[in-house]
Design a protein around this ligand. Structure first.
Ligand code: B12
Ligand code: SF4
Length: 455
């Protein structure tokens, strides 16, 4: 039995290493299951068909597994990727054997597995964790028990995830990513217990945190270094919560004398002196700590259902300042209750606290099964399939326009290091052109702009 794994991430700027498929391939290797890999991230759109046809003409695959990391780029003028993926399935269909199953998985898909399956015309979908699900699918295939339209939802238990050990570098073009200085990635935990009104992460990974044995995480980082990656990204929803677990990982990094630059999403409440001590000891280039600030207004933090207040953010940045560690923010404006006055509070907060950079998201994309989705059902959308295309919470355009103008006056410089911020820059050039942005629905008002603030 042989599988074909396809990384269908059409997001060509700022490539992200397909960690999800590397984990799946690791599982296949454990079970001695053969696979080929095609990475559409590095193939010109016009050559997809040719590359795939060629592989199909020489091989028989029982299952073609397509990884759908991004259904959309959920910012203003962001691309909608699903038609491209549907086209891929269409291309495959006439060339594969009638016995071959097209299975769709990935974090983007996991938000609306039934709808994506239906839209893309795949055979089965795998929502959430893929490790056990892919083996169950293979088993079903061998038994002749495939049900077209089925969504597999087989999460790893707490204990299974604790013990999870992956081999890395299973995708044949890993060196291509290394050569392009793409950041390597590793996941130390799954699931977030917080219930932020807009956030899709608990929908994808579950709301109960599952943690991996730090020893296994360290071994994986060593593998990534051996593969040539110079920097890594902890892909956890929030890396520094629970703080104890993050500290354990960093302690072990230090103990093993591992020299690497690393990045992660940080919750202000998880910033402690002990954590910062290890941040400094273990992080080679000491990049600014990415704080998920979201707003400079307590009213808006409440609206977003964040588990912290402005005071908590101030405590975190005070500690960072004391330790000489720079910080950067993600700011999310346009949630229910946003007014000129709350926007002003956010501007003032940015001016006052002088982060190294700000990733600004203006307008909030509504993701399925979130609090915001429940709040807006039958008002902004009716069926979950409506959310396959970006739908944004409506904002007061005048206030937002003024906010953006004021935000731009803060002295800035684009963040230029090889990381996530570059993607933001790509969308900054036309972010004020609201008029052109009505191709999805009348509420689309969203942009992302990343700034480095000169202090
Ligand atoms: C970390 C992260 C980032 C980091 C990545 C850092 C890095 N170097 O890896 C940064 C900040 C750079 C980033 C950028 C972006 N991201 Co992001 N990101 C995430 C996050 C939090 C984790 C993804 C991850 O790596 N998970 C760990 C791996 C192991 O899990 P996985 O990929 O899901 O794979 C598992 C399963 O899905 C499954 N699986 C995966 N593929 C397949 C295939 C088959 C066949 C099978 C059977 C199973 C299977 O098995 C795997 C193992 O269990 C997710 C949200 C989330 N919690 O999932 C958003 C998320 C994927 N990102 C998203 C978006 C939109 C983006 C950006 C477009 C944002 C932007 N505007 O810039 C860019 C795109 C970048 C790119 N080139 O693709 C969205 C996609 C939403 C959607 N509806 O499509 C998500 C879901 C967040 C959200 N808003 O809801 N992201
Ligand atoms: S925004 Fe962060 S803390 Fe809130 S639910 Fe999402 S991952 Fe958890």
């Amino acid at each position: 039995m042989k599988l074909l794994l396809i990384n269908a991430n059409p997001s060509k700027f700022n490539p992200v290493f397909p960690i999800g498929l590397d984990y799946i391939a690791s599982e296949l290797l454990i079970h001695n299951i053969d696979y080929d890999f095609v990475d559409l991230q590095f193939i010109d759109d016009n050559n997809w068909e040719k590359t795939i046809q060629e592989l199909l003409s020489h091989n028989y695959y029982s299952i073609v597994g397509i990884s759908i990391r991004n259904v959309m780029d959920d910012v203003k003028d962001g691309d909608w990727y699903l038609p491209t993926i549907k086209k891929l399935v269409n291309t495959l269909r006439p060339s594969i054997n009638s016995m071959t199953i097209i299975a769709l998985g990935g974090s983007g898909l996991s938000l609306y597995p039934n709808e994506v399956l239906e839209y893309c015309k795949g055979d089965v979908a795998i929502a959430g964790d893929g490790e056990k699900a892919i083996m169950k699918l293979i088993d079903d295939y061998k038994q002749g028990a495939i049900t077209v339209g089925k969504v597999y939802n087989t999460m790893l238990s707490k204990d299974e995830f604790w013990d999870k050990n992956y081999t890395r570098g299973n995708l044949k073009n890993t060196s291509l990513y290394v050569d392009k200085d793409v950041i390597g990635n590793v996941q130390t935990k799954r699931g977030c217990p917080s219930n932020c009104s807009y956030c899709s992460y608990p929908v994808i990974e579950g709301s109960k945190p599952r943690i991996r044995n730090p020893k296994n995480v360290i071994e994986e980082i060593e593998q990534l270094i051996a593969l040539g990656f110079k920097e890594i990204y902890f892909t956890d929803s929030v890396f520094n919560l629970p703080t104890r677990n993050a500290v354990d990982i960093l302690k072990l990094l230090q103990f093993n004398k591992i020299k690497i630059t690393w990045h992660a999403f940080h919750d202000p409440k998880g910033i402690t002196q002990e954590y910062l001590d290890f941040y400094k000891k273990t992080n080679v280039k000491l990049p600014p700590i990415q704080l998920t600030v979201e707003s400079g207004s307590n009213a808006m933090l409440h609206s977003l259902n964040k588990n912290y207040k402005i005071q908590d953010i101030e405590n975190a940045i005070e500690l960072c300042d004391l330790n000489g560690i720079k910080y950067c923010y993600s700011i999310l404006v346009g949630a229910p209750g946003e007014t000129k006055s709350t926007l002003d509070e956010t501007l003032e907060f940015i001016r006052k606290t002088k982060p190294q950079s700000v990733s600004l998201f203006t307008g909030i994309c509504i993701h399925p099964k979130t609090k915001l989705a429940f709040l807006t059902k039958n008002i902004l959308w009716n069926n979950q399939s409506d959310l396959l295309k970006p739908v944004f919470y409506p904002v007061d355009e005048k206030s937002m326009h003024e906010f953006i103008l004021e935000f731009n006056k803060i002295e800035i410089e684009f963040f230029s290091s090889n990381n996530y911020y570059q993607s933001a820059n790509n969308y900054s050039s036309n972010y004020l052109d609201y008029s052109s942005y009505n191709n999805y629905n009348s509420y689309n008002y969203n942009s992302i702009k990343s700034k480095k603030i000169l202090s």
